[in-house]
Design a protein around this ligand. Sequence first.
Ligand SMILES: [Zn+2]
Ligand SMILES: [Zn+2]
Length: 158
Amino acid sequence: MDIDLSNLENLGSKREIEAEVEFDDLDFQQRKVQIPELLKLNLVIYRGDKSFIFNGHIRGNFSLQCSRCLDDFLLEINEEVDKEVLLKDIKDLHHFDLNELLRPYLFLAVPIKPLCDEECEGLCPECGQNLNEGDCDCQVEDLDPRMAKLKDLYDKKD
Ligand SMILES: [Zn+2]
Ligand SMILES: [Zn+2]
């Protein structure tokens, strides 16, 4: 999304922007982060002495793959935007690319280990069944030694 900053000439002048912005999917550490819908942007742009200051929020949903069960899920994001851009770094005041300014904030919103739910049960290591959808018939050995001792006790009682 291009915006025109040329009318913000005077120190202290400001402009508010409320918009829905389209973004391309992100490539993040070899993972695809899909942005299935427009993101909502609320932004105030202030004219400083030698810069513009961008302050606001970007909100919406990412579609990510859960790192445990591998299902796709929607993650709600809400990132604060706070950025100063020097006048000398702006090539064209009439066509300032907001997406370029905002994209780094989208990367910040991507979790290192995405989970569809904190309690996600993941996949069975034996058969690959999604354990959120129900248990499988695999006998997964209990590797906790304390539990093994308890089991011994019970076995002796019999
Ligand atoms: Zn999951
Ligand atoms: Zn299984």
